[in-house]
Design a protein around this ligand. Structure first.
Ligand code: NDP
Length: 391
């Protein structure tokens, strides 16, 4: 980290969301180590105001221009719009940018923060999926650091400390299986948004909750692991582990397998992303109890009931702009499901059709403009797909 002082100065992008709020909990327990400098939200101005006051943030950004315009009174240090968000991540007074934005909106802030040489504690997996090569290039260019907040990828990072990277033979990502684990395809036809939002082991924002229910989230995570750790797709496996106690595993070339465990809470991977490679003393989290967490069980993914997993990982294997198309198509499909314009199974159908219809239309090298164009095309495609299937 590029910080000469003992205190790490933090910007939290998306502080009003699920990961953002957990990050504030974690940093407020370690005032001697972390100081909140900047907070951002899209539209939740009341919560943002309360957070800024409580944590003494000097800079605050409301990303949605309309919500910023209607702010009355407008406190000093507050700014609005996307450019203001990007200015925060470039601010020389910030050491760590926690990117807890949801969706494609997180890509540019990730790129800018890495170019500015910051540590990015990355929850926004969509950044890595849509623009993996761009993100890694920005890291090289600016000398920034990328530390995952996603619990599976944090687990992999922690397990990798058990051996050199060249001795890793396989990653085993765990999946809770979501609220519909064990359901067959025919039953999933009648699922409503309220059912899908009830996750059995994690409490999260709406988009990732739906992604967990379809297993789009696990496909996003496979791509994220491939990009972050440069492990080929054929060496990344996923296993369903309903208790969410083992957060992922790494297998080494001698057959030894390291697993990282703990009761499910995002506060642990958030703390690790902020303190890495150090571990901080934090006893406020629930003490692990092996007996109470037993039994630990494992199952295979049911590909017939959850086709979104295969659709997403195929897009990852195709590479190029396919992951960006998968990501954008999925975002629109999730939105349409949440507003009850399409049913649960239609999400995977729409995303599949978008990838089939759009991949291969451009062989240009990946650029931010190219990724943004693919993102827009995929959104348009799925909007049209939904209109056709509405009528
Ligand atoms: P939430 O929906 O709870 O929060 C999203 C945050 O981003 C909010 O602060 C929201 O502001 C802000 N935001 C939304 N859209 C925009 C935009 N277009 N421009 C700027 N800011 C925006 O999401 P989560 O916290 O659940 O997830 C955040 C990220 O972390 C996702 O990528 C998710 O996949 C990942 N993640 C989440 C986990 C979890 O436990 N929740 C676990 C692992 C990864 P506002 O409140 O105003 O809408």
């Amino acid at each position: 980290m590029s910080n000469s002082s003992a205190v790490t100065r933090i910007a939290i992008l998306g502080s009003t969301g699920s990961v953002g709020r957990s990050t504030l909990e974690v940093v407020s327990r370690h005032p001697e180590r972390f100081q909140v400098r900047a907070l951002t939200a899209n539209r939740s101005v009341d919560l943002l105001r309360e957070q800024a006051g409580r944590h003494g943030a000097r800079s605050v950004v409301v990303a949605d221009p309309e919500s910023f315009r209607t702010l009355d009174p407008r406190p000093s240090g507050w700014n609005g719009g996307r450019e203001a968000l990007l200015e925060i991540v470039r601010d020389p007074d910030i050491d760590v940018v926690v990117n807890a934005l949801v969706g494609f909106a997180g890509l540019e802030p990730t790129l800018e923060a890495l170019r500015a040489g910051k540590r990015v504690a990355l929850a926004n997996k969509e950044s890595l999926v849509a623009g993996g090569d761009l993100v890694m290039a920005a890291r090289e260019e600016g000398g920034g650091e990328l530390v995952p907040v996603d619990s599976e990828h944090s687990a992999i990072l922690q397990c990798m400390n058990g051996g050199e990277r060249r001795t890793v033979s396989r990653l085993l990502l765990t999946a809770s299986g979501g609220p519909f684990r064990g359901w067959d395809a025919s039953r999933l036809g009648s699922v409503r948004p309220g059912d899908a939002l009830k996750h059995p082991t994690w409490s999260m924002g709406a988009k990732i909750s739906i992604d967990s229910a379809t297993l789009a989230n696990k496909a996003l995570e496979v791509i994220e692991a491939h990009v972050l750790y440069r492990i080929p797709y054929e060496s990344i496996d996923v296993v369903v582990h309903p208790q969410s106690v083992i957060h992922s595993m790494v297998e080494f070339i001698d057959g030894s397998v390291m697993a990282q465990m703990g009761f499910p809470t995002m506060e642990l991977p958030i703390l690790y992303a902020l303190s890495f490679p150090e571990r901080l003393d934090d006893r406020s989290l629930r003490t692990f109890d092996a007996v109470r967490s037993s039994p630990l069980t494992f199952e295979s993914i049911d590909h017939a009931a959850f086709p979104m997993f295969g659709v997403g990982t195929d897009a990852g294997r195709k590479g190029g702009l396919a992951p960006a198309i998968f990501n954008a198509a999925n975002e629109i499909a999730v939105e349409a499901f949440l507003t009850e314009r399409i049913g649960f199974p239609a999400m995977a159908e729409a995303v599949h059709d978008a990838i089939e219809g759009l991949v291969g239309t451009s062989d240009d090298p990946i650029s931010l403009v190219g990724v943004q164009e693919s993102d827009r095309e995929a959104r348009r495609f799925v909007h049209d797909w939904i209109s056709r299937h509405d009528s």
